[in-house]
Design a protein around this ligand. Sequence first.
Ligand SMILES: Cc1cc2nc3c(=O)[nH]c(=O)nc-3n(C[C@H](O)[C@H](O)[C@H](O)COP(=O)(O)O)c2cc1C
Length: 260
Amino acid sequence: MNIQKVSAIYFSPTGHTRELVKYIAESFASGVQFYNLTSYEQGVLQKSFSAEELVVLGVPVYGGRIPALAAERMAQLKGQQTPVIILVTYGNRDYEDALLELKTILEEKQFVVVGAAALVTEHSIVHEVGYDRPDKRDWRQIDEFVSQIKIKLDKAREGQALSPIHVKGNQPFRNYNGIPLKPKANKECVSCGFCARECPAHAIDPAHPRKTDKKRCISCMRCVTYCPQQARYVNKLLMKLVASKLKKSCSQRRENDFSV
Ligand SMILES: Cc1cc2nc3c(=O)[nH]c(=O)nc-3n(C[C@H](O)[C@H](O)[C@H](O)COP(=O)(O)O)c2cc1C
């Protein structure tokens, strides 16, 4: 296994996953090729990777699964015994079946998982949960994870068989049918269309950006996070309920999980 090129693939509506995928990919090489699955415009990524490439692929956890939209955009990926490092990021609640789901998808596409991690970040809906993660301790663990994978890849180059990766999770995967938090526009909205262009699900009409198609919306909070006017918001009462529930059940520090 002689790595010639490193690619980074991510679905990352509010940027936490992107940051971690970028950090890990750039720990292996400079000149990383990036592929952004978040973009509706870009759509499904049709790409084949060779055995001499390393891929780092990350997605967030939604309801203990990977976002269905991210899975759709990965549908045309092809590996040829391509080594891949898989990451799921989660907001200090749990990641349940998400890492196993991602591993299963990529192995079906002839990738070889050489490292897997579930990494805690700030929760993209309730920012107080997982606030300031990843912290120093997390970054140290991530550096150690990278070092172990480097050793593993060196040994593979010398002909040693790769150790199998075990991750937690159960099949059939748990059900996730979305959450009822659908952002709307407030009076500050100037109909600039930024949110419509950025929405991964194309749930906002570019001609009428104040309207959200609730069926398409995946509650990813990208529009709320990046609106230049800070004009997108979620129903305050619903948000209060979700925040109080999450703050209660997720007040304890959750740890990252790594498998090499
Ligand atoms: C719709 C939705 C569902 C989520 N579900 C979970 C979950 O099941 N467990 C968890 O710990 N965090 C959950 N989170 C938090 C995200 O997984 C976490 O903040 C992630 O890092 C966001 O990634 P991004 O910044 O790349 O978009 C959820 C966030 C959203 C928007």
